[in-house]
Design a protein around this ligand. Structure first.
Ligand code: FAD
Length: 327
């Protein structure tokens, strides 16, 4: 199934506690610019319980229409069916979502249903000669690929932090409620949801991340990373070896097999800068690295590099931050 006459951009707006996630708002702002240049519209789709305020936020971020479908909490088959049926109705040429776990999960079902091209981890979208070009990292972020997606609707999940959200209160749009039957698609039933405490960490939305690696040396020393994060009002990240040593839970892992992050400030302590880690944080606004090896690859991407023992440098940083805050 494909729409040769596809028009407009559809964006799935993921919500947590009925509030749109930051990545979805970033996608809406980018979609607005792309659609406006083509004289087309952005249709936001919100699925959940109580989403009128979220729909208003979606309009402020760039949606021309916000379609609300009332359903219980996220269930891939059900939400995917809703999105697919709305796509059949509105016939967009492009379907986007933030590249969160849910976004990627959901869009794979949508792309599969339409037998169309799907790409994830999109870092840029440009309109060249009336063709959309999707820029995506490959080989752990060492190369950026420009892709064209075959088939309509094209489907793409965007890396959180790739675009800047603009919330403009003066933007106007239409909020509509649609009823979509989806029960027939549900083959599994969620009986219970158990939340790990560690899941509360929201690295993708954090403005400041302080990460520690194997160079921190021990669980005891890793507490310095947590103290620095707290002094900066930031969130703790980690490399895979720090996770494997059980200094911090897995939900804090940044990198190719962890979370892709783009905070305003990323402080890397005792981290070498392996591509599998760097590919998850290279989009950060400002990178500070502390490493005792002056040739560590992390310094190649750092804006500020401190050569020294992290166990000695971090307490000094905390002291300086506290002094600045008390001024
Ligand atoms: P190391 O590479 O061992 O670096 C430690 C650094 O600390 C060194 O540069 C050293 O000079 C410095 N150091 C030592 N002592 C001190 C000190 N006292 N003060 C300051 N600096 C000090 N890794 C991830 O992080 N995230 C991923 O998602 C990920 N996914 C992967 C997926 C695959 C398929 C594979 C194969 C690997 C993956 N890895 C991932 C692992 C990755 O390849 C690296 O092994 C890892 O990132 C290295 O972590 P590190 O920098 O903590 O450790």
């Amino acid at each position: 199934m494909s729409f040769s006459d596809g028009k407009n951009i559809m964006v799935y707006v993921e919500t947590v506690s009925d509030i749109p996630v930051g990545g979805a708002l970033e996608v809406l702002t980018k979609a607005h610019k792309l659609a406006e240049a083509r004289g087309e519209e952005v249709i936001a789709v919100l699925i959940g319980r109580d989403l009128v305020d979220a729909a208003r936020t979606a309009i402020m971020a760039g949606a021309d229409k916000a379609v609300i479908v009332k359903k219980e909490s996220y269930q891939m088959e059900e939400y995917g069916t809703v999105l697919t049926k709305l796509a059949e109705k509105f016939k967009p040429f492009l379907i986007l979502s933030a590249g969160t776990l849910v976004g990627k999960d959901l869009l794979s079902l949508v792309a599969g249903t339409f037998h169309t091209g799907y790409t994830v981890d999109v870092m840029d979208i440009s309109d060249r000669d009336e063709r959309l070009i999707f820029t995506c990292p490959v080989y752990g972020g060492t190369i950026l690929n420009d892709l064209v997606i075959k088939g309509t609707p094209a489907v793409a999940a965007v890396r959180p932090g790739a675009f800047v959200k603009e919330l403009l209160a003066e933007r106007t749009g239409k909020i509509m409620e649609e009823k979509v039957e989806s029960e027939e698609a549900v083959h599994t039933r969620i009986v219970d949801v158990v939340k790990e405490m560690a899941e509360a960490v929201n690295l993708e939305e954090a403005e400041v991340i302080v990460s520690g690696g194997r160079g921190m040396g021990s669980k005891e020393n890793f507490k310095l990373v947590e103290k620095l994060a707290s002094a900066c009002h930031g969130v703790v990240g980690a490399t895979r070896p720090a996770i494997e040593a059980e200094w911090v839970p897995r939900s804090h892992q940044v990198g190719q097999s962890g979370k892709i992050v783009a905070p305003k400030l990323y402080i890397a302590c005792g981290i070498s800068g392996a591509t599998q880690h760097v590919s998850g944080m290279v989009g950060s606004g400002y990178i500070v690295a502390v490493n005792k090896d002056e040739d560590a690859p992390i310094f190649d991407i750092a804006d500020v590099g401190i050569v020294g023992d992290a166990v000695k440098v971090i307490p000094l940083l905390i002291e300086e931050i506290k002094k600045t805050r008390s001024l």
